[in-house]
Design a protein around this ligand. Structure first.
Ligand code: GAL
Length: 683
């Protein structure tokens, strides 16, 4: 429930058939308002649209500005099919900025780069592999393109020159190497998409007029964005891998004693008898009475999230039933269930209903569902695998995370329960899935780039906090995490919370650092800031569902015409009006780009003119955070955790003259009844 006090603060159709010479015919059909499908050759049957997680949000698309023709003309698309697969060439203007293609945390704007869309557990790969490759891109010219394939597609973003474009090379002679090589740049640009094996493909075009409109249309085409349960927006703490019930409870109690906000307690591999591969059976040594343990956590106000991966150990009670419904290669001795088969899903999810969800577990962390495309020692199933559904190993790798998420969502949806899970691989059309992508990687700068990148692909991404190289590093990391879709402290290999000990070895020796009391105070205050933003974030997620606007966005989405915003990947918008510019350990100050308009420093209320970069310093317990002029920012009195009867006491801060009404969403925060109209808005 929301209770509001207003404290005005401070200042302030089948359209055409076209055949380019030497190419196969293409058919362009409108599929939803502002969305067209171009079909050529014989598309494969088992693609992401075949396995979509939700129907197209047609009404929401119809409510967007009408557009009468596709953003690219059929005559501009060149397609070809060969024994190797198919390819598609699309035009690119010399000045277009291209974003998306999944969750690569190394590159932001993609022009001039080749990106290989292969799922990988190494997301910082400049070649494109990531935890969530998505064959969708958007352009600053105001359109989006989605290639519906589960193949490991390659996108050559402007770095190919078809033979007819002889003018593409500048070729100028120069008297120094830099200028000589600069002349190699291409003047005319094309996007070339290659999809191996497929003998045709469906390509979807999304109209603008602006880049953000194309992103919205893509998200709505996927079915609209996921909405978390209210508790999903609170803090998550994950215990050490081998914690048993006693360790878990003692830590959970300490979190409450120390008044550290926390809504979700996470269990890592140790809950099971076998973990690599998984038995999906509680270990009675560490957890003599799982029901009592889960009840005690619930009584302390925690929701529980449980780790697992899908590879099913021979000792698992579902191993034999799954055997005929699995791939022909094992991983870590376990079966790889074919989640494309309804029967495999049923066996898997019914067992999980029995051992987890039916006992009160609310969320899962779906680990290890990615791949290792280039390393010499891959551990996951080979691309040559075959699955009974007809998928091969390559297609299954692209779809595995998506199908796995859907499988474990089914029993919760059937019980009318919302969830907010974690997953290590996602992909195309994932927006409606209530899971957030995480990683083992730990580069803070890449984490922030992931936050800026996530929205282009209809994805959600969570950086996390584990160990830290200094207290400054700890605080700066926490300051990033509190602005992410799932705010997670994940010391899965550390006994003590990082505010008690930042060093993993010392943590495991039980040595509390001398600065722990001060660190606890600072971290608690930061987590409280997150808790005060919960109603604001909840509204942003409802906007994601209804209108497709990503809750966390790169600046270029909101200021598409601003050339200075094009390359900014170390700042992002959180909700409609907060601009976050994280600091990294070792940075005494940083430049923050404030787009045009006026901005208010969240901490000092200083008003700053935008359209320029400013040098910013912040003390260790604050991050650069700015509020857009004209915003209404609801801030809740922070609670330590969100219960069914929690009443948020809100203060609405008004920054200048409001540019319009602000809408808050209120519902039970727990079930899917909001989808059936059980939701109020407060304007
Ligand atoms: C990793 C995962 C970590 C942690 C660990 C436990 O694969 O990325 O977050 O869960 O497994 O073994």
């Amino acid at each position: 429930m929301l209770r509001m006090t207003t404290a005005c603060c401070l200042l302030l159709q089948l359209a055409c058939l076209a055949a380019a010479p030497g190419a196969v015919p293409m058919e362009i059909t409108p599929v939803a308002p502002g969305v067209w499908r171009c079909r050529f050759g014989q598309p494969e049957a088992l693609t992401p649209t075949h396995f979509r997680s939700a129907p197209i949000a047609a009404e929401a698309l119809a409510a967007m500005p009408a557009v009468d023709k596709p953003p690219l003309a059929a005559a501009e698309l060149h397609v070809a099919v060969s024994a190797r697969g198919c390819s598609l060439r699309l035009p690119l203007g010399t000045d277009e900025g291209i974003y998306g293609l999944g969750l690569n945390t190394r590159w932001f704007e993609k022009s001039g780069r080749r990106q290989m869309l292969i799922p990988s557990d190494g997301p910082e790969d400049p070649a494109g592999p990531s935890h969530a490759p998505v064959p969708f891109y958007v352009s600053t010219a105001g359109y989006g393109v989605y290639v519906d394939t589960a193949r490991f597609a390659t996108f050559n973003v402007g770095n190919v020159a078809p033979v007819e474009d002889a003018a593409s090379g500048a070729g100028a002679m120069a008297d120094n190497t830099a200028d000589l090589y600069r002349a190699r740049g291409l003047a005319v640009r094309h996007m070339l998409v290659e999809a191996p094996a497929a003998q045709g493909v469906d390509v979807y075009l999304f109209a603008g007029p602006a880049l953000l409109d194309a992103v919205r249309r893509y998200v709505l085409f996927a079915g609209g964005g996921a909405v978390p349960p209210l508790w999903g927006l609170g803090m998550v703490y994950r215990g050490k891998s081998d914690f048993g019930a006693a360790d878990g409870l003692s830590l959970a109690r300490k979190l409450r004693e120390q008044h550290i906000p926390c809504d979700v307690f996470g269990l890592e591999p140790g809950w099971q008898t076998k973990a690599y591969s998984c038995s999906f059976v509680w270990d009675k040594g560490r957890f003599p009475d799982p029901d009592a343990y889960l009840r005690q956590l619930r009584e302390l106000g925690f929701h529980v999230s449980v780790w697992q991966h899908a590879f099913t150990h021979p000792d698992s009670p579902i191993h034999e039933a799954l055997r005929p419904m699995s791939g022909d290669y094992r991983v870590w001795g376990g079966l790889v269930p074919d989640f494309a088969l309804p029967e495999a899903r049923r066996i898997f999810s019914e067992h999980h209903q029995q051992v987890l969800f039916g006992k009160g577990v609310d969320a899962v962390k779906l680990d290890e569902c990615d791949y290792q495309p280039f390393g010499p020692e891959p551990w996951s199933f080979p691309t040559a695998s075959r699955f009974p559904s007809g998928l091969d190993g390559e297609q299954m790798h692209s779809l595995f995370g998506l199908l796995y998420q859907q499988t474990l969502l089914e029993p919760l949806t059937a019980a009318n329960r919302r969830t907010w899970g974690l997953v290590r691989q996602s992909g195309a059309l994932a927006a409606p899935l209530p899971y957030v992508v995480y990683s083992d990687s730990y580069d803070h700068r890449c984490y922030v780039r992931g936050l800026a990148n996530q929205g282009f692909g209809g994805l959600l991404w969570v950086p996390e906090v584990r160990e830290a190289s200094s207290l400054e590093d700890l605080y700066r990391r926490v300051q990033t995490v509190i602005f992410s879709p799932l705010a997670q402290i994940d010391p899965w290999y550390m006994k003590l919370p990082p505010w008690q000990q930042i060093n993993a070895e010392k943590s495991n020796r039980g040595e509390v650092m001398p600065e722990a009391p001060e660190a606890t105070v600072i971290v608690r205050r930061l987590l409280e800031l997150r808790m005060s933003l919960v109603p604001y974030l909840y509204a942003a997620f409802n906007e994601y569902r209804l209108h497709g606007t990503p809750p966390i966005r790169a600046l270029i989405m909101d200021w598409p015409g601003d050339p200075a915003a094009r390359g900014i990947d170390d700042q992002f918008m959180c909700g409609p009006s907060l601009l976050v510019a994280p600091l990294f350990a070792g940075q005494a100050s940083r430049q923050v780009y404030l787009p045009r308009g006026r901005w208010c420093d969240f901490w000092t209320n200083e008003i700053l003119a935008g359209g320029r970069s400013v040098a910013v310093r912040k003390p260790l317990d604050q991050m650069p955070l700015y509020v857009r002029e004209g915003a209404i920012l609801p801030l809740a009195r922070p609670v330590e955790h969100i219960a069914a009867d929690t009443v948020f006491e809100l203060e609405a801060r008004v920054y200048g003259t409001p540019t319009g009404p602000y809408v808050l969403y209120e519902d039970d925060g727990l079930t899917n009844d909001y989808l059936r109209g059980q939701q109020c808005t407060v304007i």
